[in-house]
Ligand binder design. Structure first.
Ligand code: CP
Ligand code: NVA
Length: 305
């Protein structure tokens, strides 16, 4: 039984295996085939924060696979009604997999410690592994081999950036980051990255133009993540020079794509012309969440593991 809490939990070969399953299921889905690989399997979903993509892609994906998903609302009292140990021990005897989106990363770690079924991190303050899986899967559809290419991150060194750093490191992609001082990975987070992805080539700068120069993909995310709403005005000032706009995209190589995990704050971290422009692959990324999620579910629960 395996968990997916951060991409440190997966080897490069396992990531490739998940991509191969996702690719196969995606091509079948496109021809109208929804193979019931996980009949009778039950997924519980616990979300402490809002979600469109993660929630719907997991639920739809599990349904395609012949299993079922139950979205557990506040009524179950997660974190409030009983200890995490009692909650996890009981819930995991009734379901096959739990997807959890939590305010604190430690909540997911603690829940997994007490569960007898797989736990998948659906976003925490530290990590968003399923997002990075879908993003790298999306890039892999564009180029034969990810290794040797550069992903440029422009903005806050947040949960999505952390997961992409691990994923890039494992798959041999270089990462450049344009992030203002004070918003870069902490020493503690850098240590986690170094341990999980020792081969990652990571260059950090405060010049977005320099960061995007050789990039296959230019990626940004909101300047204030969920839970950081009180810092929004300060962050808007501090990140003002880090907007991904047409002028910045002109510094990237021809053919570079624009990526964003969504939801976006248009006019802040990205302008409408870029996110709606010909280089943008944000909707493909979002749609691929479902295919990547299916790959993860089948890898964790299916007959092929
Ligand atoms: N990108 C992403 O995780 O979106 P949601 O917050 O809508 O799930
Ligand atoms: N960094 C964002 C990602 C949302 C999918 C957040 O945590 O709010």
């Amino acid at each position: 039984m395996r968990h997916l809490i951060t991409l440190a939990d997966l080897t490069a070969a396992e990531i490739e295996r998940i991509f191969a399953i996702a690719e196969d299921l995606k091509s079948k889905y496109r021809t109208g085939l929804r193979e019931p690989i996980l009949p009778g399997r039950v997924m519980a979903m616990l979300f402490e924060k809002q979600s469109l993509r993660t929630r719907v892609s997991f639920q739809a994906g599990m349904t395609h696979l012949g299993g079922s998903a139950m979205f557990l609302s506040d009524d179950v009292g997660f974190g409030k009604r009983e200890t995490m140990a009692d909650f996890g021990r009981v819930l995991s005897r009734m379901v096959d997999v739990i997807v959890v989106r939590a305010r604190r990363h430690q909540t997911v770690v603690e829940l997994a410690e007490h569960c007898e079924c797989s736990v998948i991190n659906g976003l925490t303050d530290l990590a968003h592994p399923c997002q990075a899986m879908a993003d790298l899967f999306t890039l892999r559809e564009l180029v034969d081999k990810l290794a040797g290419h550069t992903l440029a991150w422009v903005g806050d060194a947040n949960n999505v950036a952390f997961s992409l750093a691990l994923g890039c490191g494992k798959l041999g992609m270089r990462m450049t980051m344009a992030t203002p001082r004070g918003y870069r990975f902490s020493e503690e987070t850098m240590a986690l990255i170094r341990r999980a992805a020792p081969d990652l080539e990571l260059d950090v700068t405060d010049d977005p133009a320099e960061a995007v120069r050789d990039a296959l993909a230019v990626y940004t995310d909101v300047w204030a993540s969920m839970g950081q709403e009180a810092e929004r005005e300060t962050r808007k000032r501090d990140f003002a020079d880090y907007q991904v706009n047409a002028a910045l995209m002109r510094h990237a190589q021809q053919g570079a794509v624009f990526m964003h995990c969504l939801p976006a704050r248009r006019g802040e971290e990205v302008t409408d012309d870029v996110i709606d422009g010909p280089q943008s692959i944000v909707v493909d990324q979002a749609a691929n969440r479902m295919h990547a999620q299916k790959g993860i579910l089948v890898w964790l629960l299916g007959p092929t593991t």
